[in-house]
Design a protein around this ligand. Sequence first.
Ligand code: ADP
Length: 264
Amino acid sequence: MSPPAPIPEIPFYLPVGNECRLFELAFAHRLPLLLKGPTGCGKTRFVAHMAARVGRPLYTVSCHDDLTAADLTGRYLLKGGDTVWTDGPLTAAVRQGGIAYLDEVVEARKDVTVVLHPLTDDRRLLPLDRTGELLQAPDDFMLVVSYNPGYQNVLKQLKPSTRQRFVAIEFDFPPAEVERKVVVAETGLDEGRAHSLVMLAGRLRSLKGHDLEEGVSTRLLVYCATLVQAGMNLREAVQAAMIEPLTDDADVKKGLDEVVLAVF
Ligand code: ADP
């Protein structure tokens, strides 16, 4: 397992609502937190920002469909002829105190829920069957999970018995005013062009549902502004960062191009 990232300077995060206060209260009162929202809207950055603010190390795990409970808790590994127990990121966060952030938790295998349940009620326990230990999470341990409710996958919904163990915050792409400031802060692009890109993103997002599964993310907007700031012409940057990543369908692309032409 890779060591946790050292506690960095506080990463830049511009709040949209009361999310920072909610995180601080949840941390202080040992409540687990669920972040819902589309990909690329600031969830990971928010957790990195808050982990640094509360001064705890952050253990981030990007969940995928092969991720098992053992990937989180740990396993015996062969080291120089011996088998040595090696903590997974969740166990490390519980043992040392820290923020465990499971990104896209619904992607993980079902056995992960079994591990999360005793950790997310008032017992705050992590049983390690393999070592026979029963770890009690310290006060400065916090579990944060995120998922994207937008994916239309019935098999991959968070079960009520799991989701009702968390305090939840709904994320969405930031309002235009906040998003413009984010683009400027992240890329150094001038206010005027940042404003135009944010307006364009808004127009492209309104097509979501008709032809597109997901709207253009703040992440892509930041990529686009980065290309423009590096000297690329606006139309090319938009094509590369805000159109091509969204779809492979030629007709849909044509529709998106028309929106771009109408804005620029
Ligand atoms: P998610 O975890 O929701 O997929 P990220 O946290 O990785 O998305 O956000 C993608 C990018 O968007 C970040 O790297 C950052 O540049 C930017 N971003 C989005 N929202 C904010 C915000 N409120 N403050 C600062 N940066 C933001």
